[in-house]
Design a binder for this molecule. Structure first.
Ligand SMILES: [Zn+2]
Ligand SMILES: [Zn+2]
Length: 311
């Protein structure tokens, strides 16, 4: 059981956020300023018990802070984003941007307006240490500790599909396949670290063969991984679409290692080659090139198709 007591910082972060409902609850909080139980329930069409369970976990994980308020003579609770949760903001924007670039959809995504330059814009990934942008996966180098992935993937929730495509706010299944459960996220992380072969994923992650082959097949179908040298020992390589998810990955790693502490030798060190400094991701406005701050942007949400038709 040596080293099994506590996951790495990345593992702890994934335990806190790598869940479809959790991501949606946080996203609604950011975009629509939802802070009350009934509003999340109605907004997301969630069952009350699942919502209550996720809110409890978000409070325990210090991502939401319960605050009492009075309504019609009764004391109720609303939930505000903590500072730790607020710092997930760039990751959520990067998810938006990636979906915009790679995932065709019938219903338009929200539009991002940069209040400083006044443009409707997109974002690009930059290095906060040196100010250069854009930065892509290949511009960085990652060195992992011996136990970065140990104990990451204690299963907690069943995977489930969250509702559909008529809603511009709903993430598409693609993001959820990559981020909505911990196995997917760490398999993707391992791919970013250069792991290519089935046996190496297995050895690195301790993942069951059936789970691994399921996720590798899914990622291949999504066009995030491509199979090289098909046959008995195929190699899996990130496609351009998969590589481009690096921004989301970089924000998760940065956030995780800012807010959580793992045992020694479990951190992942990402270096920006151009400046030789630790890579701290930041977002820049594609129109004016300035660094984006949360308080200087807003999303314009298209009219929503409320009746989500089962397809
Ligand atoms: Zn740099
Ligand atoms: Zn701008």
């Amino acid at each position: 059981m040596a080293g099994a007591e506590r996951p790495s910082a990345i593992g702890q972060a994934l335990l806190a956020i790598s869940d479809q409902w959790t991501l949606l609850i946080l996203q609604r909080s950011f975009l629509l300023h939802v802070r009350r139980f009934a509003d999340w329930r109605d907004e997301l069409g969630m069952s009350e018990s699942v919502l209550a369970n996720r809110l409890k976990e978000l409070v325990a994980g210090e991502l939401l802070r319960p605050v009492p308020y009075r309504e019609q003579g009764r004391t109720r609770t609303e939930y505000l984003l903590t500072e730790r949760a607020v710092e997930l903001w760039p990751m959520l924007v990067e998810i938006w941007s990636w979906e915009r670039r790679w995932v065709p959809r019938r219903q338009g995504l929200p539009e991002l307006t940069h209040d400083v330059c006044g443009n409707r814009t997109d974002v690009e990934l930059g290095c906060a240490s040196c100010g250069r942008a854009p930065v892509a996966a290949r511009d960085t180098e990652s060195v992992r500790g011996a136990a970065t992935f140990a104990q990451v993937t204690v299963p907690r929730h069943h995977r489930r599909t969250v509702r559909g495509e008529g809603d511009p706010l709903s993430y598409l299944p693609e993001t959820f396949e990559l981020l909505g459960d911990r196995w997917s996220t760490v398999i993707l992380a391992a791919a970013f670290l250069g792991i290519r072969r089935f046996a190496d994923f297995q050895a690195e992650l301790g993942v069951a063969p059936s789970v691994l082959s399921n996720r590798l097949r899914l990622f291949t179908e999504l066009g995030v991984l491509a199979v090289e040298e098909p046959g008995t020992r195929p190699r899996y390589r990130l496609t351009d679409k998969g590589m481009d998810f690096f921004g989301v990955f970089a924000f998760i790693v940065d956030w995780a290692q800012t807010w959580y502490t793992g045992p020694p030798d479990t951190d992942l060190r990402v270096t920006h080659r151009a400046c030789g400094q630790p890579f701290r991701p930041c977002l820049r406005c594609r129109s004016c090139g300035q660094a984006l701050s949360r308080t200087e942007v807003h999303f314009v949400i298209p009219k929503r198709v409320t009746a989500s038709t089962p397809s």
